[in-house]
Ligand binder design. Structure first.
Ligand code: NUP
Length: 211
């Protein structure tokens, strides 16, 4: 049993606010990324924060430490409560995100392994495990791991222990909530909720797997 995190990847401001308000009672957090922020502006974060749910910035921050700090300061000032960073730039870059999160009372998650088919090209051969080591070293709050590959989530759980695992790839990418919910702390679901005719009803379908 786990949290349900709405991935709000729509590119129309009023549609985003309408879907978020409808789904909020059925969800535990909202994740926003480049599609919505580039379309509607960073100010959308303040509007969404009013719904009272944690707000995760999926910007996959992946720069030098100083730039990561500057990015994350803007993220938290905008009203987000957590940020997602890439781990491959190395521990100092991740630590910059973790420090900025801590300074704002927020959280930082690191992508350990991505959910799409092509992710196998570079997120392989021990790399995800090394990224989990960076999570431990920097004190990040947890990882992003693929719902499309539950066996990999199981392996990465051994690496991160009680740190949180948030897992995208359920629904549109083929991941099955029944197979993944018990392994993770958060199910990240986008298209199969926001793309449904009745997003609130689509979100309610995940209720049996929620904490
Ligand atoms: O490995 C990842 N896979 C993934 O799908 C890491 C991510 N952050 N995501 C994001 O999760 C992706 O960018 C999208 O915002 C969401 C999944 O959406 P959907 O496939 O449920 O529509």
């Amino acid at each position: 049993m786990t949290d349900l995190i709405l991935s709000l990847d729509v590119t129309d401001r009023s549609e985003a606010l309408r879907i978020a308000a409808a789904v909020a009672p059925e969800a535990d957090a909202i994740k926003v990324g480049y599609p919505l922020v580039l379309a509607a502006g960073l100010g959308i974060a303040h509007d969404l924060a009013e719904l009272g749910l944690p707000l995760i910035a999926d910007f996959k921050v992946a720069d030098i430490p100083n730039t990561n700090t500057l990015i994350c300061e803007q993220v938290f000032a905008a009203g987000f409560s957590a940020v997602i960073a890439q781990g491959f730039p190395g521990p100092d870059s991740v630590l910059a995100c973790v420090d900025a999160a801590r300074a704002a009372g927020g959280e930082c998650y690191v992508v350990a392994e991505m959910s799409h088919p092509g992710a196998r090209t570079f997120f392989s051969e021990g790399v995800p495990e090394r990224l989990c080591a960076i999570v431990a070293e920097t004190g990040a709050d947890g990882i992003i791991a693929p719902a499309t590959r539950p066996e990999r989530v199981r392996a990465l759980r051994e690496q991160v222990g009680t740190k949180k695992i948030l897992s995208p790839g359920i629904g549109a990418q083929g991941g099955d909530p029944a197979a993944i919910a018990a392994l993770v702390d958060g199910m990240i679901v986008g298209r199969s909720i926001y793309g449904a005719e009745d997003p609130a009803a689509a979100a309610r379908a995940y209720a049996p797997y929620r904490r």
